[in-house]
Design a binder for this molecule. Structure first.
Ligand code: NAP
Length: 248
């Protein structure tokens, strides 16, 4: 079966590292991005240089119409999706709950919970034999925050990732009999631009002493687990969550 992967937020950080590994594994690749076209085009060039057939598609994955258009483009230009990485995510500035606006909380929940559900829905519509599909694999990018709670920083974000873990478990059981595996990864502190969103771009370096392994993680260390979970090598894994947090 041809391997066709959709990576949400594939233009930067963990998503970009996943795209590069996917190219090395022979996937046709859709790199989704929301705003940073330049970054997405740079990753597109990188994966094409590795020999992958690939496209970059702008879509806000928290809006269903845009998600539907994204998957329709993948159908037309790459073929039926066989792998989905729900990687796009966001976080607000470091705050206590009593300082958070409704707008901020809704944005976090829409991006980190609603969007993976909307994308998984489109993937299941193409992967399930109920809809003419031949199975597939989904990986959700959660966070160690789901089990730590992130007090005084962003409990809205931690809660959104807790919901994503529960979604992973529920969907994995719902579609296990249809040849679709659904798993998640829970990264800890990883060196990406993500931390600038919380107001401290150097957050990982500053917190390294609190990590049992004594260092932050690299995006490719998370991508390796994502690609393994997607692959046939993980053929008996579903509803699994792999922690990649240096012992945190
Ligand atoms: P990043 O470098 O900031 O990348 C985030 C990506 O998400 C960007 O490509 C961004 O698109 C995309 N995105 C955000 N909202 C979107 C939307 N509505 N529609 C489409 N794309 C959207 O962050 P990262 O660290 O690689 O984060 C990737 C995932 O890992 C997130 O789910 C995050 O919660 C999770 N995570 C990260 C860490 C960490 O320490 N870095 C730890 C645990 C979990 P643009 O490029 O267009 O802006």
């Amino acid at each position: 079966m041809d391997k066709v992967i959709v990576i949400t937020g594939g233009g930067r950080g963990i998503g970009a590292a996943t795209a590069v590994l996917a190219a090395q594994q022979g996937y046709r690749i859709c790199i989704n991005y929301q705003a940073d076209e330049q970054a997405a085009l740079a990753v597109l060039e990188q994966v094409r240089a590795l020999g992958a057939q690939a496209i970059a598609v702008r879509a806000d994955v928290s809006i269903e119409d845009e998600v539907i258009s994204l998957f329709n483009r993948v159908d037309a230009e790459l073929g039926r999706v066989t792998a989905l990485v729900n990687n796009a995510g966001t976080v607000g500035h470091k705050s206590r709950l009593d300082e958070m606006s409704e707008f901020r909380i809704l944005k976090v929940l829409k991006t980190n919970v609603l969007a993976p559900m909307l994308c998984a829905k489109q993937a299941v519509l193409r992967m399930s034999p109920r809809h003419g599909g031949q199975g597939g694999s989904i990986v959700n990018v959660s966070s160690a925050a789901a089990r730590l709670g992130s007090p005084n920083e962003y409990i809205d974000y931690a809660s959104s990732k807790g919901a994503l873990d529960t979604f992973t478990l529920g969907l994995s059981k719902e579609v296990a009999g249809e040849g679709i595996r659904v798993n998640a990864v829970r990264p800890g502190y990883i060196f990406t631009d993500f931390h600038a969103l919380s107001g401290d771009a150097d957050r990982v370096s500053k917190l390294e002493s609190a990590i049992p392994m004594g260092r932050g993680g690299r995006p490719d260390e998370v991508a390796e687990a994502i690609i393994w979970l997607l692959s046939d090598k993980a053929s008996y894994s579903t509803g699994s969550i792999i922690d990649l947090a240096g012992g945190r």
